[in-house]
Ligand binder design. Structure first.
Ligand code: TA6
Length: 289
């Protein structure tokens, strides 16, 4: 954790400042939720991640923006708390002696969440989760690892609910989804196939694309950049923008901010992850500019 420093962030909550000394890239993540709120891919560069100016930094609240960790349940697709409890739980930073090894030329930090009486009350399973954030020149990798510490099988859904900054969402486009099957409750679509080479956002968009080979590209990211999203062991991709009406209903998103964000989420939703006792799974999402 030599490149990682724990400091006080918004709302008095602790955050880790991660720096990549050679490139000057930085990332910030809160211990609350293991929530990445910032990634600047070079010294002085604009943030790639969107963070709402109305975001709440309070216990029990998920931060609006950045990369919420969705675990062990995606959205309302099951009997447990919406989007899971990982995003509102306190995670501990691991000292370098017990954290996963860091490759030469990279900077990384790992936070851990073990089951506790609080998590057991919400989801009755012993588990260990670790979130590793790695910085390299022009690249941010976020890996979610889950170990089944129960005597029986463990099943969950998960996502890295990534909010990317865009200059104007109506000008942005996502490529790489053509041919993928999707569902969209918001559009009343149970199953359709994406025909567009470049998906554009005109108002509310909330789609789960299944079995998507990545990389995907977001063109029109903030500062005229293109962001590449690569997923490993996350089969699905969720695209989400609330549009103007839903945005008004979200107290932690300013009314005009839906224009400045687009969520591209690496997700394991269609087929839940199933782990035998003692087994582990790691899903990784890499953003590059
Ligand atoms: O991932 C898309 C989604 O499930 C949408 O349906 C939308 O509601 C969004 O997540 C945000 O959920 P939240 O609980 O953070 O307000």
């Amino acid at each position: 954790m030599a490149d990682a420093v724990v400091t006080t962030g918004t709302g008095g909550m602790e955050k880790v400042l991660l720096t990549h000394p050679d490139s000057g890239a930085t990332s910030e993540l809160y211990l609350h939720g293991a929530h990445v709120t910032s990634w600047r891919p070079a010294a002085g560069a604009e943030d790639v991640l969107f963070l709402s100016r109305a975001a709440r930094f309070e216990p029990g609240q998920a931060i609006r923006g950045g990369i919420p960790v969705i675990f062990p349940q995606f959205a309302g697709r099951g009997p447990f708390v919406r989007h899971g409890f990982a995003r509102t739980s306190f995670w501990h930073p691991l000292p370098p002696e017990i954290a996963p090894p860091v490759a030469d030329g990279e900077s990384a930090v790992t936070l851990r969440l073990d089951d506790s009486p609080e998590t057991q009350a919400l989801w009755p399973h012993p588990f260990r989760a670790e979130l590793t954030v790695t910085l390299a020149p022009g690249r941010l990798a976020v890996a979610l690892a889950v170990e089944n510490r129960a005597r029986g099988a463990l099943e969950f859904t998960a996502a890295l609910h990534t909010y990317l900054r865009v200059d104007d969402v109506s000008e942005a486009e996502v490529t790489g989804l053509a041919g993928a099957g999707y569902e969209s409750g918001a559009e009343g679509v149970e199953r359709a196939v994406e025909r567009a080479e470049a998906v554009r956002v005109a108002g509310e968009l909330d789609r789960i694309y299944h079995d998507v080979p990545t990389p995907l590209e977001l063109r029109g990211a903030a500062g005229g950049r293109t962001v590449t999203v690569t997923a490993d062991d996350f089969a699905d991709v969720v695209l989400w923008n609330p549009g103007p009406e839903k945005a008004r209903a979200l107290p932690d998103l300013a009314d005009d901010e839906w224009r400045r964000m687009l969520c591209i989420e690496s997700a394991a939703v269609g087929r839940p992850v199933r782990l035998a006792p003692g087994a582990s799974w790691t899903g990784r999402q890499t953003l590059a500019v």
